[in-house]
Design a binder for this molecule. Structure first.
Ligand SMILES: [Zn+2]
Length: 199
């Protein structure tokens, strides 16, 4: 493996959440040093994910290619009038872990970020408005990030939903400052979801 190849791999790995440049470099070396055991397993797992995992066409959660809509969307035991809006599919896992939410989800798959040139049309906002209109949603819980971009996104979603007469709430605490629900403590977040307030 040439050094350029290692550099490329490091660069790709460092784009993953929570992986700094240094860890990425160590991973790249490890993968290069054990091509059969480590690299081949990774390539095969990535290939399987590419073939079998999709975003749910309704809510944006990750689901298998033969299960769209996903398990959350098709679960008749869930409250169909209650929708929780999150930024990232990983946020759903964090909320499910609390066991405190019995509605369905809507993943925006992004946020409004003027710095990165991402506006309302770059996230699944129109799909949210359509669902609210067509699916009899009465309450939307905003479980978005608490940083500036997350708050700007929440502000826009809130305004658009209020215009349409939907109750908009949020977990009043439990999301660590400047981050998202996927970093929250499950017990605290569960309590915050049960005691959610008007956003
Ligand atoms: Zn779904």
């Amino acid at each position: 493996m040439s050094l350029e190849a290692l550099e490329k791999l490091t660069e790709a790995l460092s784009r993953l959440p929570g992986i700094g440049r240094r860890s990425a470099g160590r991973m790249a070396v490890k993968l290069a040093a054990e091509p059969d055991r480590m690299a081949a397993a990774l390539v095969s797992a990535l290939d399987q994910v590419r073939r079998e995992v999709r975003f749910c066409g309704t809510c944006g959660a990750l689901t298998s290619v033969d299960r769209d809509p996903c398990v959350y969307c098709t679960d008749a035991g869930r409250d169909h009038t209650l929708l929780c809006v999150v930024e990232d599919p990983a946020d759903i896992d964090a909320i499910e872990e609390t066991g405190a939410f019995a509605g369905r989800y809507h993943v925006l798959l992004g946020r409004i970020s003027p710095l990165r040139g991402e506006g309302p049309n770059d996230i699944r906002l129109r799909a949210l408005i359509k669902r609210v209109r067509e699916e009899g949603v009465r309450e939307v819980v905003l479980a978005l990030n608490t940083d500036l971009e997350g708050e700007a996104t929440a502000g826009l979603v809130r305004a658009l939903l209020r215009e349409r007469g939907v109750r908009v709430t949020h977990p009043a605490y439990g999301i660590p400052a400047g981050s998202g629900v996927r970093f929250a403590d499950a017990v605290t977040l569960g309590r915050a979801l049960e005691g959610r307030r008007e956003a």
